[in-house]
Design a protein around this ligand. Structure first.
Ligand code: HSX
Ligand code: HSX
Length: 208
């Protein structure tokens, strides 16, 4: 299922800054981090909670809840690493796994090079991080790696900034129980399978 962040004027303003080709690296990082923060907070909204009662300084009880279950982040390198700090800003000691997948420039086919994941990942909720979901090939390869490690599809939350309709369709048909949380759904893909209007290569703009 696809969850799109509320399309508030603030979010559109932030997206406008990072889409602008004249935005330099420092601003690109700062403003994309603000969107990433919104995505992480929305991702955390999907985690289960259980009842938890506390006493306030006024001596009254408050029947609240607390998070239940463990989480970990998994970034798809290189671009996904740019989202790790945003996750840490919300979950200080969160464990982070890495999957290195590169898309072949000519064929657009993803290739898996490396992965290193927390050993108890099968018991965790996974926040999968990649800012761009174009054809959906890279992220879907990452999901296969996670499933191979015993992570259930319904425990994966895929966070990304910009998705194409094609990439989302790919996910919906292949992984119906997986949740995708995205900030914006763009028009589509160009003949090189780049998202348009998009923002260019996120990894290049963030890391150089
Ligand atoms: C939990 O896992 C909390 O959100 C923490 O941020 C994190 C740390 O636990 P561990 O990964 O070190 O076991 O879900
Ligand atoms: C970009 O290409 C993104 O960060 C993703 O890792 C990938 C998206 O392309 P696709 O596999 O969805 O077509 O570097």
């Amino acid at each position: 299922t696809v969850h799109v962040l509320p399309q508030t004027p603030q979010l559109i303003a932030l997206l406008t800054i990072i889409r602008d080709k004249n935005t330099q690296r420092g601003d690109f990082i700062f403003y994309s981090n603000r969107i990433i923060r919104l995505l992480v907070e929305e991702g955390l909204n999907h985690l289960p909670v259980k009842e938890h009662e506390v006493t306030t300084p006024l001596g009254r009880t408050y029947a609240g809840v607390r998070f239940e279950g463990k989480i970990c982040g998994v970034s798809i390198m290189r671009a996904g690493e740019s989202m790790e700090q945003g996750l840490r800003d919300c979950c200080r000691s969160v464990r982070i796994g890495k999957i290195l997948i590169q898309r072949d420039e000519d064929t657009s086919q993803p290739k898996l090079f490396y992965h290193k994941l927390p050993n108890d990942i099968a018991d965790r909720w996974v926040l999968l991080l990649d800012p761009m979901n174009a054809t959906g090939g890279s992220a879907s390869m990452a999901v296969e790696v996670l499933k191979g490690k015993g992570v259930a599809e319904e425990r994966i939350l895929f966070l990304n900034l910009i998705a194409s309709p094609e990439g989302l369709e790919h996910f919906a048909s292949k992984f119906p129980k997986l949740r995708v949380i995205t900030a914006f759904i763009d028009e589509g893909l160009d003949d090189k399978n780049y998202i348009v209007p998009g923002l260019g290569d996120f990894g290049d703009r963030h890391f150089g």
